[in-house]
Design a protein. Sequence first.
Length: 456
Amino acid sequence: MNKKIFVPLIIVISLISGLIFLDTLNYLWFIGKSPFVSLNGELPYFYRAILLFGCELWLIYGVTKLFVSRIQTPIKRLTQYVINLEHGIEQELFQCYDFEEYQALIVAIDNMAHTYHKTNRKLNYEKRKAEFILGYLEQGIIMLNDVGVVVETNDYTNDTLKLGIWSGKHITEVLQYVQCRKMVEQAVLSHEPVHCEVTHDETVLYFDMKALSKSRKYGYMISVRDITQIRQFDEMRYQFVSNVTHELKTPLTSIKGFVETLQMGAINQPDVAARFLEIIEIEADRLYTLINDILLLSDIEQTQLTVGLEAFNLRRLVYEVIELLSSQASQKLLKINYRLEDVTYKGDQNHFKQICINLLSNAIRYTEEGRINVSLRQDESNIFIIFQDTGVGIAPAHTDRIFERFYRVDKSRSRQSGGTGLGLSIVKHLIQLYDGEIFVDSKLGKGTIFTVKFKR
């Protein structure tokens, strides 16, 4: 660029020559010679000087314009290059060989642009990845700034949890629950994660709030999980353990009491001893049945059907169950009527046998007189197994709960008949294993109809 200094020097020299011309005019006037007089037929000196000076001016203008243009053009291109960079437009590096300093500046800016685009692409990738992860998570995510204003939420927060939390509002304005307010206050005062549970529209939500850094200048994050099923499972587990403990304790207490009575001398009374031993046997059988049912129910819940299920004759299986339980029905003078179509189905025969045994034994257990009808039929899309009795029936208030574990409509009657309270629960779980359905139609004092439906 130092060589280019000669160009402005030429311009300065031309300006100086113009000043010399003006000074010469003044000198001619001073010595008494007119610059406007023609000598020897030539153009007067003044006009020649004016013409020459005009040519110099045009030359000076052209040189100056060219010089300025050569300076401005790379500056304009460099300015547009930076503007495009600001808008994320990638472009090829242009060359400027006229000025070495410009070229060095362009290369430096291009290197910066390359680094910028590389970093920007990485940030965009990380942003898209974070958005995908946040969208995929089955929990709400709420991002807050350092003063507690909502900055961002994922779709799950509002679309699924229906919390109605939007950006720009303070978290205490959108979460009106007292537990949430206390959680926010504690999180602001301490560096430790804080959590709380809130019941929102019959849904139990678990809020967990923590700072994004120790200084908390990057704000906070609140995660929200729907733990309704977890709490329901905890309640079911508690009820199950409580019921199992009670059901196991009852026969064991009875057995222990009769054994102690026998040890205290009743063993020497043959009639009393025989009656006590019979009761102990009954209670032991009941305890054995209860334990088997609990283990069976646990096994069913962990069972997954495989693709290698074998076809079997369902008519023959139902008939075998009727033959198996006919002696129990005969003891109560009950007649079992059956109408069975020839049906073939793919599945585990033991599962279907257990379903039929539980439903038919229930019908016998709760029917004192009359009859029991068993039918097996099919249509174009479904298979139906129907058990109908003329027993005590079930009140409408109980029909929705009879498939719960250990639920009994008449507890005293169930225990006297040897029921464990798990039979219908086992039936329902087995039916659901095959994507089937079971329906109950009952009238108190008139009887009950259980209809089992499977897809063909």
